[in-house]
Design a protein around this ligand. Structure first.
Ligand code: ADP
Ligand code: 5GP
Length: 192
């Protein structure tokens, strides 16, 4: 059984990372989406251990000190981190691991795991990003304003990535992400 590969999907909040990854996971059972830890409050419908591990700041800080995170960062005023052990276990157990993280975390992973594949999901415009964030209806107006301010800065990081997927037409963007995955996955190749 070959080892899996690490895929890092980053991009502004609301660009469509979650939507695109959902389709990838549906098509490819070889891919596993890592569950991050966060100090952000759960949104309605979110469950501890499913979308995130919801931790208080003290517990999160303890885990940072213990070296439990592969990467972590403060994003939009909350702390987010990738649990290291489950990532390593899945890679060694023959699964590709997908991280949906912010651009600061992606830089840390690139340093530590140069073999990882970086993919940046770019919204077609800031106006469309705002429409999507409002349409999703999961954040307050002030939270949306904060995410839009951060999006300008985050978008400058696109050039650091091996791949950029512009998420204008959803169907095309989905196909693009899946094609990148199929081309870069050692597990899909071994299966052929
Ligand atoms: P992210 O995970 O990057 O924060 P989401 O996947 O939650 O973003 O997408 C944000 C919103 O935009 C969701 O309501 C989603 O349904 C919508 N969306 C995603 N991709 C597209 C697209 N290509 N065209 C129109 N709406 C989209
Ligand atoms: P949300 O609060 O909307 O779920 O996520 C906000 C931002 O945090 C998104 O840009 C998301 O990619 C990022 N994020 C989620 N999990 C992690 C993580 O484990 N590490 C880092 N660095 N960012 C994360």
């Amino acid at each position: 059984m070959p080892r899996g590969r690490l895929f890092v999907v980053a991009g502004p909040s609301g660009a469509g990372k979650g939507t695109l990854i959902e389709e990838l996971l549906r098509r490819h059972p070889t891919a596993w989406l890592s569950v991050s830890a966060t100090t952000r409050a759960p949104r309605s419908g979110e469950t501890h251990g499913v979308q995130y591990y919801f931790l208080d700041r003290a517990t999160f800080r303890d885990k940072v000190r213990n070296g439990d995170f592969l990467e972590w960062a403060e994003v939009h005023g909350n702390l987010y981190g990738t649990p290291r052990q489950s990532v390593v276990e899945h890679l060694e157990g023959g699964r590709d691991v997908i991280l949906e993280i912010d651009v600061q975390g992606a830089r840390q992973v690139r340093e530590k795991m140069p073999d990882s594949v970086g993919i940046f999901v770019m919204p077609p415009s800031l106006e469309e990003l705002e429409r999507r964030l409002r349409g999703r209806g999961t954040e307050s107006d002030s939270e949306i304003a904060r995410r839009l301010r951060n999006a300008r800065e985050e978008s400058k990081a696109a050039e650091e990535y091996r791949y950029v997927v512009v998420n204008d037409d959803l169907r095309r963007a989905r196909e693009e992400l899946c094609a990148i995955y199929v081309n870069e996955s050692p597990l899909v190749k071994a299966d052929r």
